[in-house]
Write a protein that binds this ligand. Structure first.
Ligand code: SF4
Length: 407
């Protein structure tokens, strides 16, 4: 079961009562206020320090400015396709707060001078909520709804553009990036739906811009109940884990599957892109998986990398062979059947493979392998012989262990 919790001193994106927010409630909270002078809004977003919530944590104002400054007609896209199996925040937002997302899209269009918007998603209830909200919103920005399949790579920004243009939802080589040449060749802002909702609330709540921009939606999961939580910037993982009884976890999988495995010391990690990166991990989309008492970090790594290998779009040779080799070698280590050179190979691949695919999937797989070696050398030693009960059943490619139901 997935709960919904706010740890903020006041409600921001998680309202006091859940259920889809209709137009009247959204308007009562200051939504759809007249569009301000675009440069002033851009300055407000920049001053608040808002960072994108799709995973990379790029400053939102810098991305908006890049699209605005590119020549030509512009397009804005609300990206609601969350491919990380352990994340539910984007689908929850589209289902429960569609007006905040659409208002953010309207404001992003004003800032970038875009004449056309698009909501990109794969979730049926989210699509219904968005279509209802589109029908009643007081905005004349033309907005299309584009469906995609639910895969790990479908939300990657070049895959988003390719799908909206009628192709498959698969990443393309960069450059060009969408801000240079995106939908139909136009400079395009592809923004995560949480980023857009926070832009809308920064505009509606000029008294609370720091709180709105710093807060974060996080999905917690593990052996017990899951939760979608909105927390202040910099909240430590221990605080989050204690909400669901995960405080004694041996390991945490960070950032969905993107941020790697973290062992001893995870309790002191804060939800902060820069500090997580400095610690060798990544915050990604803010999804955290905590191991349970009967888990083995190696089994978690095997399942995560097997899932990623199965999700490879199979476009880049290095990704197909790299994720496959990582998954097979990790599985052999977990079964106690690996050769003496297995750890050396995993170390070499974890250092050499990142950055060589067209998207971040290969990087995610390599980071899981690398962080496993860094944080759990003793656990790898104990797998020299078969017999780890947790690893005996490891390797499903369907990502079931990490999949969280949307609350
Ligand atoms: S890195 Fe892998 S998943 Fe990403 S585009 Fe290349 S083949 Fe596809």
């Amino acid at each position: 079961m997935t709960g919904v919790i706010s740890l903020l001193p006041e409600h921001v994106l998680i309202p006091p009562s859940t259920g889809a927010e209709g137009l009247s409630r959204y308007l009562a909270g200051g939504g759809y206020a007249p569009v301000p002078e675009p440069d002033r809004l851009l300055d407000l977003i920049g001053a608040a320090g808002l960072r994108g919530r799709g995973g990379a944590g790029f400053p939102a104002a810098v991305k908006l400015r890049a699209v605005r400054d590119a020549p030509g007609p512009h397009v804005v896209v609300a990206n609601g396709e969350e491919g990380e199996p352990g994340s539910v925040k984007d689908r929850w937002l589209l289902r429960h707060r569609p007006h905040a997302v659409l208002d953010g899209l309207r404001l992003a269009a004003a800032v970038t001078r875009a004449g056309r918007g698009c909501v990109y998603l794969s979730d049926d209830p989210a699509e219904q909520a968005v279509r209802r909200a589109l029908a009643e919103r007081p905005s004349d920005l033309p907005v299309d709804v584009v469906r995609t399949e639910h895969t790990y790579v479908a939300g990657e920004e070049t895959a988003v553009v390719r799908r909206i243009d009628g192709g498959p939802a698969l990443p393309t080589a960069k450059p060009p990036r969408p801000f240079e040449s995106g939908v139909g060749g136009a400079p395009t802002l592809v923004a995560n739906v949480e980023t857009l909702a926070r832009i809308a609330l920064i505009h509606a709540r000029p008294d609370a811009t720091d709180l709105v921009a710093g807060a974060q939606l996080v999905t917690l999961s593990g052996a017990g109940d899951a939760a979608l939580v909105e927390v202040p910037a910099g909240t430590h993982l221990k605080v989050l884990a204690d909400l669901r009884g995960y405080g004694r976890a041996e390991a945490v999988l960070l950032g969905g599957l993107f941020g790697g495995l973290y062992g001893e010391g995870w309790t002191d990690l804060p939800l902060d892109h820069d500090q997580m990166r400095a610690a060798g991990g990544a915050l990604g989309c803010g999804a955290l998986y905590f191991t349970g008492p009967r888990d083995c970090p190696l089994a978690v790594a095997v399942e995560a990398v097997s899932y990623l290998a199965a999700q490879s779009a199979r476009q880049c040779g290095v990704c197909v062979s790299g994720t496959g080799a990582l998954a097979d070698t990790l599985a052999a280590v977990a079964r106690g059947e690996a050769g003496d050179d297995a750890v050396g190979k995993l170390r070499r691949w974890s250092e050499q493979l990142p950055g060589r695919g067209a998207c971040g999937l290969l990087d995610a797989a390599a980071r899981i392998a690398g962080t496993l070696l860094t944080h759990f050398p003793d656990r790898i030693d104990t797998h020299h012989r078969p017999g780890c009960p947790a690893c005996a059943g490891a390797a499903p490619e369907d990502g079931r262990r990490f999949t969280v139901p949307v609350p």
